[in-house]
Design a protein around this ligand. Structure first.
Ligand SMILES: [Zn+2]
Ligand SMILES: [Zn+2]
Length: 174
């Protein structure tokens, strides 16, 4: 598998531009700005976040242009849609094999930068099943550390609440 350095913006940008060129599409100034934005970000943005981020420096680029370019890049496989239902689509902008840590509560998506063991896994499936992988995407879904501590506090509060109502109920029964 071709390994691209995970977070290098220059490599990411080159990957997008090469993908557009290979599909026979022109690198317009607008597409260039959008690709540069995607290359620089590591936050797995939604389409609106990309538009918002670009509008700060390039208010002349329309929302339709941003959305169309994202769609094109997505269809060409340069970026990948991470969907949380209809209203919550984010884009994976990192073409290197890596693991996403996806929080179910705040929808924050963070790349795991340690060795995820994907190379060993792809070798194993090739040897065992003859499957040659072309790309890899592993999502670990769960709760980030901020949300975990908030959840624990909420569960405690709920437990206290229900035990006090239980006490009330008990009190009424007595
Ligand atoms: Zn979270
Ligand atoms: Zn990612």
């Amino acid at each position: 598998m071709q390994t691209i350095i995970a977070t290098d913006p220059a490599a990411k940008n080159e990957h997008y531009l090469r993908t557009l060129k290979q599909a026979g599409l022109r690198i317009t100034p607008q597409r260039k700005v959008i690709c540069a934005y995607l290359a620089e970000t590591d936050r797995h943005p939604s389409a609106y976040q990309v538009y918002e981020g670009i509008a700060e420096t390039h208010p002349e680029i329309s929302r339709a242009t941003v959305y169309n370019t994202l769609n094109t890049l997505q269809e060409l496989g340069a970026i990948v849609e991470l969907s949380f239902g209809a209203d919550h689509t984010h884009y994976e902008t990192n073409p290197a094999p890596h693991v996403n840590l996806i929080c179910l509560r705040c929808h924050k998506i963070v790349d795991y930068h340690g060795d995820p063991g994907i190379d060993a896994l792809t070798e194993r499936v090739r040897d065992e099943l003859g499957f040659q992988s072309a790309a890899a995407r592993i999502d670990l879904v769960g709760f980030c550390s901020d949300c975990r501590s908030q959840r624990i506090a909420e569960i405690r509060a709920m437990a206290q609440c229900s035990s006090s109502s239980e006490q009330q109920t008990l009190g009424m029964l007595q």
